[in-house]
Design a protein around this ligand. Structure first.
Ligand SMILES: NC(=O)c1ccc[n+]([C@@H]2O[C@H](COP(=O)([O-])OP(=O)(O)OC[C@H]3O[C@@H](n4cnc5c(N)ncnc54)[C@H](OP(=O)(O)O)[C@@H]3O)[C@@H](O)[C@H]2O)c1
Length: 411
């Protein structure tokens, strides 16, 4: 017999209200929302005012509440709430990727010390069940890579720019449709995709990273010249959260990629998200689904609540085998780098150049470059520069060091 879950719910916005609705429609769970804590007094709600309180202790100090569901939009406040919930012996479900990306190891350690569960399936690509699959299904298969379209706002924008709209129009549309916030920085500059990549890397490879370790570059300065280049080559531009294991290193970053027509995410459009898992035995597998929205996100929260009925905990088993693995930015990729100003392009030191295009209006170079060259700039602040990763496997930096030495020998 599953145990009864008495839930204390923090947040009654897009996801919190969605959870209330899906929980009421699901009669499979032995769970009930006992209290809801929100922030703003006198806000119009769809439930009677008597359901709500504004003091977190109403949930945290209630001994009957055994489950805290944290669905607020403030990562700092969420950190305090989640720690206190563990202190009080309550299991926690959260959807807050920023909180998790910034504090995961500490929160895991506190939860483990008290034999409590900390589940967060909704934090990565909302309705796509990727975390539990990485934990359980791929536990015995050696993973070599994971890549995803992890942000619906930017995928919507890039879908529309691929169809000929300019960036500003596409962003405005995304805001009108409720996909993008009025300040879209976290989405369009790739921060949101980075937080999700950090969580994926933890569950896929067992490695802990902090937000500072991972390069994130978004789509703010994509131009019609870049889109036209992609269309000429039959590519789609997608913002990809990308991690690859090569020998004892895991490389990971967020950046626009040119995606070929035979790639599984080529046709994943608008607000949809996708994750590709690459593993030794299963080869390449694709998950597609809604990466945001009230009910899709709430469904992942519901699934975590359901798992709590059976005392489910993530075991982070891959952390054991990851002792010999480490996160690295020491690799080379093939990119397209474009600018109106050809002088700007000359400041980049490429290992090899494939194509150099110059005109009065626009210039670009394609070729192999060390990732460390790209780390020198904050591309999110460079209005007249755009780069995208070309469809070639990453190479270790050693590859080019070796060929440079060989060239010297044969000179
Ligand atoms: N929206 C999505 O599609 C989606 C998808 C995946 C993950 N998530 C994550 O889910 C979480 C919630 O997102 P959302 O879209 O539902 O946000 P939202 O619509 O902006 O709602 C946020 C809720 O949090 C409450 N809140 C804020 N600070 C609080 C505090 N200190 N104490 C108590 N309540 C507080 C707000 O209270 P008031 O109502 O009083 O203002 C509001 O009810 C975020 O971490 C987000 O990243 C969202």
């Amino acid at each position: 017999m599953s145990k009864k879950l008495n839930i204390g719910l923090f947040g009654f916005g897009c996801v919190g209200e969605g959870l209330y609705e899906v929980l009421n429609k699901s009669n499979l769970l032995n769970a009930e929302i006992k209290s809801i804590v929100v922030k703003t007094k006198n806000k119009k709600r769809t439930l009677d005012e008597s359901y709500f309180s504004y003091d977190s202790n109403v949930i945290l100090e209630d001994p009957e509440i055994n489950t805290v569901v944290e669905l607020i939009d403030d990562a700092e406040a969420a950190y305090i709430i989640v720690k206190k919930a563990f202190e009080k012996g309550k299991n926690v479900v959260s959807a807050n990727k920023k909180l998790i990306a910034e504090h995961l190891d500490e929160l895991i350690s506190i939860a483990k010390g008290k034999n409590l569960s900390f589940l967060y399936e909704a934090s990565v690509c909302a309705s796509i069940p990727i975390i539990r699959n990485l934990e359980e299904y791929y536990n015995n298969d050696s993973l070599s890579g994971i890549q995803g379209i992890c942000n619906g706002t930017t995928n919507y924008i890039l879908t529309q720019t691929n169809y000929g709209k300019d960036y500003k129009t596409a962003l405005k549309e995304a805001q009108n449709l409720g996909y993008a916030e009025s300040d879209p920085t976290l989405d369009v500059d790739g921060f949101d995709s980075k937080y999700k990549l950090q969580i994926l890397i933890k569950h896929a490879f067992g490695i802990s990273t902090s937000p500072e370790d991972i390069f994130n570059y978004g789509v703010r300065y994509v131009t019609k010249e870049n889109v036209n280049y992609a269309l000429e080559k039959n590519y789609h531009i997608k913002l990809i959260s990308h991690a690859v294991k090569l020998a004892d290193k895991v490389f990971g970053f967020v950046a626009p990629h040119f995606i070929k027509a035979d790639h599984p995410v080529y046709a994943v459009e608008n607000e949809f998200n996708a994750v590709i898992v690459e593993a030794l035995f299963t080869d390449r597998q694709l998950f597609v689904g809604k990466g945001a929205g009230s009910h899709p996100t709430a469904s992942a929260v519901l699934s975590d609540i359901s798992a709590l009925q059976y005392n489910y905990q993530y075991e982070y088993k891959k952390a054991e085998s990851a002792k010999e693995l480490y996160f690295s930015n020491d690799f080379a990729i093939k990119i397209y780098l474009g600018s109106k100003n050809e002088i700007k392009l000359k400041t980049f030191d490429f290992h090899e150049k494939d194509e150099i295009f110059q005109s009065r209006e626009y210039n670009y170079i394609t070729g192999w470059i060390s990732f460390s060259e790209l780390l020198k700039l904050d591309f999110n602040k460079e209005e007249d520069l755009f780069f995208a990763v070309l469809p070639e496997p990453f190479k270790s930096s050693e590859y080019f060091k070796r060929s440079e030495k060989e060239e010297l020998l044969f000179a």
